[in-house]
Design a protein around this ligand. Structure first.
Ligand code: ATP
Ligand code: MG
Length: 140
């Protein structure tokens, strides 16, 4: 099996989408291997999203991700990384509503920033991100 890092971002948690999202996760054959609620601070988001530090939306992204608590999860199943990305839908929730109406971002997201969920985009990212939030899983 494979593990990936998923986050229900602050808009998802505040908007009461957590139960729906978790139901979808389990219905689609994932198990929730670890989960915890975190209040991200600016320094942590900067490190987590370091690859986007030069982007014009970076400061806005930091504001968004620190705006309230987030639920961080390690999901596990065969092909978890790609399957979770597919279940989330495209980055732009507005476009997702048209092209992927059953996706999580279509249902819970708002636009290209406030898109409700995160998922690791590769094996390498998954390893880095799982260790980032769950240090004890370093050897997996
Ligand atoms: P994530 O990494 O959160 O799973 P993603 O891989 O679909 O999302 P990225 O390109 O990695 O998208 O962007 C990271 C996050 O930055 C997005 O999920 C979104 O919240 C925000 N973001 C991306 N593009 C924009 C943009 N053009 N304007 C504002 N915010 C953006
Ligand atoms: Mg990404």
């Amino acid at each position: 099996t494979e593990k990936t890092l998923a986050i229900i971002k602050p808009d998802g948690l505040l908007g009461n989408h957590t139960d729906d999202i978790k139901r979808k996760i389990l219905e689609n054959g994932f198990s929730i291997f670890r989960e915890k609620i975190v209040q991200l601070d600016e320094a942590t988001v900067k490190r987590f999203y370091a690859e986007h530090s030069a982007k014009s939306f970076f400061s806005s992204l930091i504001k968004y991700m620190t705006s309230g608590p987030a639920l961080v999860m390690v999901l596990e199943k065969d092909n978890a990384i790609a399957d979770w990305r597919a279940l989330m839908g495209p980055t732009d929730a507005k476009k997702a509503k048209i092209t992927h109406p059953h996706s999580i971002r279509a249902k819970c997201g708002l636009d290209t920033e406030k898109n409700c969920v995160h998922g690791s985009d590769s094996t390498k990212s998954a390893q880095r991100e799982i260790f980032f939030f769950f240090k004890e899983l370093s050897a997996d």
